[in-house]
Write a protein that binds this ligand. Structure first.
Ligand code: CP
Length: 359
């Protein structure tokens, strides 16, 4: 009798079902004309918040990411000789590995810290002093920390750019870029200018904007595209969902927001269903949204796509992995290419991959 393990070992490796979107970046290339200017503005800049981005910068980042994703055989190595300091003071699967993969694919070298106790933090060294040392050893820092304040504590002493890879419950801007890049590949025409009212997308977010850094950053980026996003529906069973001023800021930017407590009644209206259940708190995490689940029986609109920043728990059934609704694996894959585009911009190497005026 052949065991399951033996069967899996004998099976030829194939692209896995549920990797929707892999073939899509070319449509995005056709929808966005190349313009290096917005990316040149990112040269030698820190990337801390989604607030630093606008529609033009995002569209060009998506375009360059699509170029990297669709033409790996034409890959340049614009970061040869550059060193990334990858400092992850909190667990990560996707963000650390996709940043490091992005940097390696661009020809750079990586130094990685995965345990703060292996650094001077164990001796009480300040983040400002550590940042002063980082200036000497690398060209860019990518920082993940459980503390909202950590990335800000380094800014004053840094002379090299830092990219926020998640700071407490505050922000995770490059995750939000990966989320929107996925939507842009699914519907590239959303980037072409004002979208007729009836063709705008309705995005459902099962999550808590004030507690989840991924949701906070995603809402800020969605607010850059109010002429493409008809409505954002927050699905949450928490009594409070927004920080003071958070909802007002988004609505003033043009985003139409609605909050509902039940998922199934609203699901048939949603084109994009984004789900997350984890909020980082200190050295641990809390699960929010008990009772809000997506399964194969959920009344999803035909053609709707599901996004999830991952890691997932019970909120997203694995039985959805083999359906066309699964765009969350494409979202995790695309994160490599959007991070390649961002890193190329931040280290002043856009001229190596695009036609530019003198930098
Ligand atoms: N999406 C995300 O931040 O995943 P990791 O925690 O694995 O980096």
């Amino acid at each position: 009798m052949v065991t399951t393990h033996e069967r899996l070992l004998q099976r030829p490796l194939q692209p896995k079902d549920g990797t929707a979107g892999i073939e899509r970046p070319r449509g995005l290339l056709e929808s966005v004309p190349e313009d290096p200017e917005p990316l040149l503005e990112l040269a030698s800049r820190h990337v801390v918040s989604s607030r630093q981005f606008d529609r033009a910068k995002l569209a060009q980042l998506f375009r360059l990411a699509a170029q990297y994703e669709s033409t790996p055989q034409l890959m340049h190595l614009p970061l040869t000789g550059k060193i990334l300091i990858s400092a992850f003071y909190e667990p990560s699967t996707r963000t650390r590995l996709s940043f490091e993969s992005a940097w390696h694919r661009l020809g750079g070298a990586v130094m990685s810290i995965t345990d703060p106790k292996s650094t001077g933090i164990a001796k009480g060294e300040s983040l400002a002093d550590i940042a002063e040392m980082f200036n000497n050893y690398g060209d860019v820092i990518v920082l993940r920390s459980s503390e909202d304040q950590a990335v800000y504590d380094m800014l004053d002493t840094l002379r090299i750019p830092i990219v926020n890879a998640g700071n407490g419950i505050d922000e995770h801007p490059t995750q939000a870029m990966a989320d929107l890049y996925t939507i842009a590949k699914w519907r590239p025409e959303l980037l072409q200018g004002p979208v007729p009212e009836g063709e705008r997308i309705r995005v459902g977010i099962i999550g808590v904007p004030s507690r989840m850094r991924t949701v906070r950053s995603l809402l800020l980026l969605l607010a850059c595209f109010p002429e493409a996003v008809g409505e954002v529906v927050i699905v949450s069973n928490e009594p409070e969902n927004f920080d003071a001023g958070q909802r007002k800021e988004l609505e003033e930017a043009g985003l139409r927001l609605r909050v509902v407590g039940e998922l199934d009644p609203v699901l048939p209206e949603l084109d994009v269903v984004y789900i997350n259940a984890i909020a980082w708190v200190g050295d641990s995490f809390e699960s929010l949204g008990s009772g809000l689940h997506l399964t194969r029986e959920s009344p999803l609109k035909p053609g709707a796509i599901i996004l999830h920043p991952l890691a997932r728990g019970k909120e997203l059934a694995t039985e959805l992995d083999d359906t066309p609704h699964n765009w969350y694996f494409a979202q995790a894959r695309g994160a490599v290419f959007i991070r390649m585009a961002l890193l190329t911009s931040v280290v002043r190497r856009i001229s190596a991959v695009m036609d530019t005026p003198e930098e």
